[in-house]
Design a protein around this ligand. Structure first.
Ligand SMILES: *Cc1c(COP(=O)(O)O)cnc(C)c1O
Length: 387
């Protein structure tokens, strides 16, 4: 299909129109099936339309869709309890998108700075980082394509270099209130923050009385093989944001903080859809499914299996290394343009993402099995052979 006139043309999109999804597969309007290793951008952690989600939606839609953000509702209390029990955080604010959760994190840090750090408001973020598409979260991001967009930027974000602790120390001063990062930079092409770097960050931020914020919108909810990415180390951040996987495909995000940091007062934060029962009921169903040792161990096993198969494929075609954690993986395609490979893969019935000209990214459903790994690798082989 050509670009539909009534939709703003904001990205190059393939001609197919997708009409149905089930588990690891998507179907277009011609009835063609695709193995989906994108899954709504690491969103559908249980695959397309899994019964746990469709049933939770149907049950809750029948019961209560939204009372008002000014009233309590049971599903949001339940999900907040489950998230705080499963993490080092004590309190939760729900939002509808990752960017909105990150805006909340930035506001909370600034409020903390106003109350406890003499008005400090600067947040150190990282080159290559991605935190969303609102004005503040674009300003916090270190994505080169954002650098000249929508000037003037929201001020107060200084960019350090990931895995370079000295670059952070150099920027830390009395104006700094927080350091904010993704445990694995997703949009930058799957760049892992080293465990030692995270530990060092926690140490210097604690010493300076500065908050540590982890943006786990992509890495959270089992994606990297632990429930949350920060749990690969023994650190305890002050603030965490979730999005994508927590909703399993519906718009749900969350801002979590420790008691010591949860300093919003009446009127400081809110939103019409924040904590609505329809979405938080889904969040609870997703979390219950993902947060078992058996499920998370299986993510690690499948991550290792996909890594091994991609490494083997890379050797056969003379490509680069495989990097990432759990089921957030990238393959370095070297001199071969990754967008061309992704386009050919689509012709072969395989959906993969090319976040950078030399990188293919894999973010399949966490329920991935050996069969899908084999199918993905054979689709990629066919795509590479056709070049
Ligand atoms: C996707 C993403 C966001 C933005 O989430 P939206 O729901 O698109 O607003 C923020 N941070 C990270 C790390 C992401 O991957």
């Amino acid at each position: 299909m050509a670009q539909p006139k009534a939709l703003m043309n904001i990205a190059p999109r393939p001609a197919q129109v997708f009409v149905r999804g089930e588990g690891h597969y998507l179907w277009d309007s011609d009835g063609r099936r695709y193995l989906d290793m994108i899954q709504g951008w690491a969103v559908n952690c249980l695959g397309h339309s899994p019964p746990v989600i469709t049933e939770a939606l149907a049950r809750q839609a029948d019961q209560l869709i939204t009372p008002s953000p000014a009233f309590f509702n049971q599903p949001s209390i339940e999900l907040a309890n489950a998230l705080t029990a499963a993490s080092c955080f004590d309190q939760v604010f729900f939002a509808s998108s990752g960017a909105e959760a990150n805006e909340g994190a930035i506001k909370l840090a600034r409020k903390f700075g106003a109350l406890h750090r003499g008005g400090a408001y600067e947040i150190i973020t990282f080159q290559g980082g991605f935190h969303g598409r609102t004005l503040a979260t674009m300003s916090a991001s270190g994505k080169p394509a954002f650098a000249k967009l929508y000037e003037p930027k929201v001020s107060g974000f200084q960019k350090a270099v990931l895995n370079d602790i000295d670059s952070v120390t150099r920027l830390l001063d009395e104006q700094t209130v927080a350091v904010m990062l993704e445990p694995v930079q997703g949009e930058a092409g799957v760049v892992v923050a080293d465990d030692d770097f995270l530990r060092a960050l926690r140490e210097i931020t604690r010493e300076a009385g500065v908050l540590l914020i982890v943006d786990e919108i992509q890495t959270g909810v089992g994606r990297c093989g632990k429930l949350f990415g920060y749990q690969h180390t023994d650190i305890r951040p002050d603030i965490m944001t979730l999005g994508k996987g927590i909703g399993g495909g519906v718009p749900l995000a969350a801002l979590l903080a420790t008691d010591a940091v949860s300093c919003f007062e009446y009127g400081d934060q809110g939103g019409t859809y924040c904590g609505n029962p329809l979405m938080t009921a889904v969040g609870s169903a997703v979390l219950k499914t993902v947060n078992t040792l058996e499920f998370l161990n299986q993510v690690e096993r499948m991550g290792a299996a996909l890594t091994a198969q991609l490494t083997d494929l890379s050797k056969r075609f003379g490509l680069g290394s495989v990097r990432g954690r759990g089921l957030l993986l990238a393959l370095d395609t070297g001199a071969i343009d990754s967008t061309t490979i992704a386009d050919r893969a689509m012709d072969e019935g395989l959906l993969v993402n090319a976040p950078r000209p030399d990188t293919l990214r894999f973010m399949p459903a966490l329920t991935l099995g050996e069969d899908q790994i084999e199918e993905a690798v054979s689709g990629l082989s066919a795509a590479l052979n056709s070049l």
